[in-house]
Design a protein around this ligand. Structure first.
Ligand SMILES: NC(=O)c1ccc[n+]([C@@H]2O[C@H](COP(=O)([O-])OP(=O)(O)OC[C@H]3O[C@@H](n4cnc5c(N)ncnc54)[C@H](OP(=O)(O)O)[C@@H]3O)[C@@H](O)[C@H]2O)c1
Length: 436
């Protein structure tokens, strides 16, 4: 068999065509010039085609290698359950991710906005290999939420729990200055990729979209019941009884006037009031509890998925307070440890959250789990919360160190059914998608 190749000849700039005896592995003729142009073109095409086939083969081999790696690690652990935790690169999310990843029973999908930070911190915390995967998610961009869901589905693994934990807090954003104008100025409102005030977008709206999109995956959970947990806070009013909810500025979402007006600049607040960074955070957290209740009402009976909220306790030294005045960041943990006894370490709070994800005692839907301060599970404690129900009042006048507020006990704005429904439909408008 003979093939032809265009090869350069030492004495010529124009290629010399050689016929090649494949069996003998040597050239059989050597001809040159334009008369062989046609043959040259056709033989070059053969060579190119061979080349491109080889490239294709290599590409396929490398894709299947990558896929094998991505799918193999998780697929080889069929008994492990899967939890997605948003904001797992810091504070509570990181502590819960560590607890679950090290339990050997869970694979943690760290849904984070800063990929490198998350990957680095997982390694620094000795997350066992194959117990976690970082996937990029920026809750302040609806398209990023959609991309995250597509990336998760490409892993082809079931989803057993979703933890909506990520949040931002800009307590001073509305201020001119801490002590006089100009000293520690707040910087005003910030905006998401879709043009909404950033704490509303990150803490609530991104999670609204994520929960709705991942509901399909939770329905296919390998363990029952699948769980969806949305972080709340005592400083947002949950039932108009908790002292923490009375600290100004008090959460107030009004009649959702800001949302009705489209929630884009110059509108910053859900009630369309004057911008206040601390209140924007609290308002977004009230919406998170309303979201949990709506999800419960719409989907729990038909899907079996359990939706709950959690106040993890006051974790006074997480990065949540990164935008607060340095003096506040210094004094707040001291106050919570020494005066109110409400301080909870990241580690302890992470254990609490991990329990709500994994422990049968917390497989309830429509409820709000809340821990108080000094009476057992806070800075003074560490004992399992469910064992501390008899504790007496703490200095926030909360009775019992651990409380489960049933759906009917969630009150105030968070318990307002009509407003929750309206919030749902206005949120659908903002993300441009209807869910039910
Ligand atoms: N700390 C407390 O005392 C306290 C009390 C009650 C409730 N909570 C709740 O607990 C949860 C965790 O707070 P924390 O104290 O652990 O705060 P944190 O340490 O600041 O953690 C917040 C996490 O959210 C992530 N995040 C922020 N914006 C994001 C975005 N656009 N997309 C994706 N992720 C984003 C952060 O990412 P980076 O790592 O990249 O910054 C970080 O990992 C929050 O829901 C908070 O409301 C906290």
């Amino acid at each position: 068999m003979a093939l032809a190749f265009a090869v350069p000849h030492a004495s010529q700039t124009r290629p010399v065509l050689q016929r090649w005896d494949v069996k003998a592995s040597k050239p059989v003729t050597a001809v040159s010039g334009h008369s062989q142009a046609l043959l040259a073109a056709s033989t070059s095409a053969v060579a190119l085609a061979a080349c491109s086939r080889r490239r294709e083969r290599l590409a396929k081999a490398s894709i299947s290698k990558t896929q094998r790696r991505a799918f193999f690690d998780f697929g080889s652990q069929p008994t492990k359950k899967t939890v997605v935790i948003t904001g797992a690169s810091s504070g509570l999310g990181l502590a819960a991710a560590r607890e679950l990843a090290k339990s050997g029973e869970w694979r943690v999908i760290m849904a984070c906005r800063d990929f490198i930070k998350a990957e680095t911190i997982a390694k620094e915390n000795d997350f066992p290999k194959d117990s976690y995967l970082v996937l990029h998610l920026d809750l302040a961009a609806n398209s990023s939420v959609r991309q995250f869901v597509a990336s998760f589905r490409a892993l082809n693994i079931p989803l057993d729990a979703l933890v909506c934990n990520a949040a931002v807090y800009f307590p001073n954003a509305h201020k001119e200055g801490a002590f006089f104008p100009g000293l520690f100025p707040g910087g005003g409102p910030r905006w998401s990729a879709d043009g909404h005030e950033l704490s509303f977008a990150t803490n609530y709206l991104g999670h609204f979209l994520l929960c709705n999109l991942l509901l399909e995956d939770l329905k296919k959970s390998s363990v029952k019941p699948a769980r969806c947990i949305i972080l709340g806070t005592v400083t947002a009013s949950i039932n108009d009884k908790e002292v923490g909810g009375m600290i100004p500025p008090v959460a107030d979402i009004g009649r959702l006037e800001g949302l009705e007006a489209g929630m884009k600049a110059p509108v910053t607040m859900i009630d369309n009031g004057r911008f206040n960074g601390a209140k924007a955070y609290k308002d977004s957290k009230v919406c998170d509890v309303m979201l949990m209740r709506e999800l419960h009402k719409r989907y729990h009976a038909s899907t079996g998925v359990c939706f709950s909220s959690l106040y993890p306790g006051c974790i006074a030294d997480t990065a949540l307070f990164r935008e607060h005045y340095p003096v506040f960041r210094f004094l707040f943990p001291i106050l919570q440890k020494g005066v109110t006894n409400a301080y909870v370490s990241e580690e302890e709070a992470g254990k609490r959250l991990a329990k709500v994800v994994a422990d049968d005692n917390y497989a309830q839907s429509g409820v709000y789990f809340s821990w108080g301060g000094e009476s057992g599970t806070g800075g003074a404690g560490g004992a399992d919360a469910v064992e501390n129900v008899d504790a007496s009042a703490d200095r926030f006048l909360q009775y019992g160190s651990f409380r489960t507020l049933k759906e009917s006990e969630i009150g105030g704005e968070a318990g307002d059914d009509e407003r929750s429904k309206r919030l749902w439909s206005l949120s659908e408008k903002l993300v441009g998608q209807q869910f039910s």
